[in-house]
Design a protein around this ligand. Structure first.
Ligand SMILES: O=C(CO)[C@@H](O)[C@H](O)COP(=O)(O)O
Ligand SMILES: [Fe+2]
Length: 232
């Protein structure tokens, strides 16, 4: 079976108990902790920043001490000033939306120079055109399967076709360079649709409300993995 990663979005966690929520979801089998940053400018919502990332970082590890990557999804404009702040706070991956940066290449370089892996995020109606020009500068592509700004929205089916297009591009790049780029999908993912997202080519799945909306996080993560196991 392919390696699949489940990245619970703490946007749907109990913000009064964030450290405990992160520990609980890691104990339930989370591979990444997905951290949604919203600025009430690029998206019409306001969430958490580097101070919260820094506070949560010590909780991002398994019982045996193995670190669990902090996957920061920046929904902010402008982007650049926040990159060093999140890197210092302990981000492992920093992703941003290309339309939120004046100079995409420069922002990607800034993320890598800050010691983090770099990701580019594509909204449901955003063209993939820039992707061909930045393959060697990215470590992750994030396809939005909802419009950014809120948890708990319904999965947009058009994201499947887009994911399949990106899968082909990443496979072609891997054949030529030998380098793997993660393909993450974010928004409306649940145990009952995760398999079709994987079949379209995703390897990393963000899920917020599907996990934190249920009392037993492990039961949800296990159900997701069971459905992924059936993907050819
Ligand atoms: O980036 C975002 C929303 O903008 C996501 O990461 C959501 O937090 C996912 O939540 P669900 O759709 O899984 O509830
Ligand atoms: Fe996200």
């Amino acid at each position: 079976m392919k390696t699949y990663r489940i990245a619970p979005s703490i946007l749907s966690a109990d913000f009064a108990r964030l450290g405990e929520e992160v520990r609980n979801v890691i104990a339930a089998g989370a591979d990444f902790i997905h951290f949604d940053v919203m600025d009430n400018h690029y998206v019409p919502n306001l969430t958490i920043g580097p101070l919260v990332a820094q506070s949560l970082k010590p909780h991002c590890k398994r019982a045996d001490g193995t670190p669990v990557p902090l996957d920061v999804h920046l929904m902010v404009k402008p982007v650049d000033a926040l990159v060093p702040m999140f890197a210092k706070a302990g981000a492992d991956i920093i992703s941003f939306h290309p339309e939120a940066s004046e100079h995409i290449d420069r922002t990607l370089q800034l993320i890598r120079d800050s010691g983090c892996k770099a990701g580019l995020v594509f909204n449901p109606a955003t063209s993939l055109d820039v992707l061909d020009y930045v393959m060697d500068r990215i470590d992750l592509v994030l396809i939005m399967s909802v419009n950014p700004g809120f948890g708990g929205q319904s999965f947009i089916e058009g994201a499947l076709h887009k994911t399949a297009i990106v899968r082909k591009k990443l496979d072609a790049y891997k054949a030529q360079s030998g380098r793997d780029i993660l393909l993450e999908v974010d928004g409306g993912i649940k145990a009952d649709n995760i398999a079709k997202v994987a079949a379209a080519g995703a390897d990393t799945f963000v899920a917020g409300s599907a996990i934190f909306g249920q009392p037993d996080y492990k039961a949800v993560v296990d159900a997701m993995r069971a459905n992924l196991a059936g993907v050819p």
